[in-house]
Design a protein around this ligand. Structure first.
Ligand code: PMP
Ligand code: GLN
Length: 389
């Protein structure tokens, strides 16, 4: 057999995702998994029932329409109007995808030519680097720095070159919990218009904001025709395994993304599309309660991590807390996370893997708080042993 490497060189170094690595470690050791972000309690019972009913009544068991079932596309458009005042036509300006993950992949494959530059704030969610690479693009990282992880808007302006094709945004931001302010969004939008850039914005944590509010960049002047907005049912409704995501954008942008998407999965999650249609129409009280529950959990975990000796960066949104392990005498997040199950029975994620600049996140560790209060309390007790071990 030829000695040529089997893996395409664009995927060189991407290896196994940190989430798979750390969840496998949790399973193998029986540790509490505060690594991968998935809730340990499923979403609303009536929404699960709607999925079961759809399966049993034969709705969505065969290929749904390519862009998604019309009912769901209508519910997505209504949701964008209800929460953000954004008007999208369910026919042509909404696309249902296999989670936000497929939406990101399809957007990159559709919108990038080889060599195009994509500016994104690091630490980035791991699929960004992979999808930009698979599309033949070049990622240009701009580092968000502790303790506030605010974007450096001058650096952003300076990073735009004639090869820059798009800005890949994520607010609320995983893993730091940073939420872009209206002023920051306005500055980014102005730059995008001035330099004629596309914006792909990952807003999967749009309902998980504790400080300030979520503002979609698509709502700003000049942005509608250049923005691809992405979200997903996974985080908002606590059904991460269903993998129902969506894109809203102008018709030409949706048409481009749909062209790539139809050759990735073609379609997915038929019966779940019916259930998510109902979920998006839940009353405001559902969304308020979700946020209140997560705020309580955030504070429980943040207080516990502080007491255990971590430096804690309070997140404004998402269900993650980024910490620094330097006060514990630690210098390497990845090594720390590999040893953590053995040391105290907890799994976390090293943020260092989300940076191109290896020094920027070397001592940062992320914990998720989308777990039952009792599980978080147990984890906090265990982490409290670190200083004595
Ligand atoms: N974007 C971000 C920032 C995320 O944290 C995640 C993780 N779930 C995704 C996208 C992927 O979402 P989905 O599970 O809907 O594919
Ligand atoms: N978004 C989740 C997280 O950041 C994980 C999703 C995945 O495993 N790809 O933890």
């Amino acid at each position: 057999m030829s000695t040529r490497p089997l893996l395409n060189r664009r995927l060189d170094g991407l290896g196994t995702t940190i989430f798979a690595e750390m969840s496998a470690l949790a399973t193998a050791t029986g540790a509490i998994n505060l690594g991968q972000g998935f809730p340990d309690t499923d979403g609303p019972r009536e929404i699960a029932q709607a999925a079961a009913d759809a399966v049993l009544s034969g709705r969505g068991n065969q290929y749904p329409p390519g862009p998604g079932i019309p009912e769901l596309r209508t519910a997505i458009a209504e949701h964008q109007q209800r929460f953000h005042g954004l008007g999208y036509d369910p026919d042509g300006e909404v696309l249902v995808t296999a989670g936000a993950t497929e939406a990101i992949a399809a957007a990159m494959l559709a919108l990038l030519e080889p060599g195009d530059e994509v500016i994104a704030f690091e630490p980035f969610y791991d699929s960004y680097a992979a999808c930009v690479a698979m599309a033949g693009g070049t990622r240009v990282p701009l580092t968000l720095r502790a303790p506030d992880f605010r974007p450096d808007l001058d650096a952003l302006r300076a990073a735009v070159t004639p090869r820059t094709r798009l800005l890949l945004l994520n607010s609320p931001h995983n893993p730091t919990g940073m939420v872009l302010t209206p002023d920051e969004l306005a500055a980014i939008a102005e730059l995008a218009c001035e330099r004629d850039l596309l914006v792909v914005t990952d807003e999967v944590y749009e309902h998980l904001v504790f400080t300030g509010a979520h503002h979609p960049i698509a709502a700003l002047p000049g942005m509608r025709e250049r923005t691809v907005s992405i979200s997903s049912a996974g985080k908002t409704f606590s059904f991460t395994g269903w993998k129902v995501g969506w894109v809203t954008a102008s018709a030409p942008l949706v048409a481009a993304v749909r062209t790539a998407k139809q050759y990735l999965t073609y379609v997915s999650a038929g019966p779940f599309q019916y259930a998510v249609t109902e979920a998006l129409r839940l009353p405001d009280a559902y969304f308020t309660q979700l946020r209140a529950d997560l705020l309580r959990k955030r504070d429980l975990l943040a207080d516990g991590l502080r007491a255990a000796g971590f430096e804690v960066y309070d997140p404004q949104g998402t269900y993650f807390i980024t910490t620094d392990i330097t006060p514990l005498g630690e210098t390497d997040a990845h090594a720390f996370c590999r040893a953590l199950p053995e040391r105290c029975g907890v799994v976390a994620i090293p943020n260092s893997v989300f940076y191109d600049d290896p020094d920027a996140g070397r001592t940062q560790v992320r914990f998720t708080f989308c777990k039952q209060d009792s599980v978080l309390a147990d984890a906090v007790t265990r982490l409290g042993q670190l200083r004595v071990s």
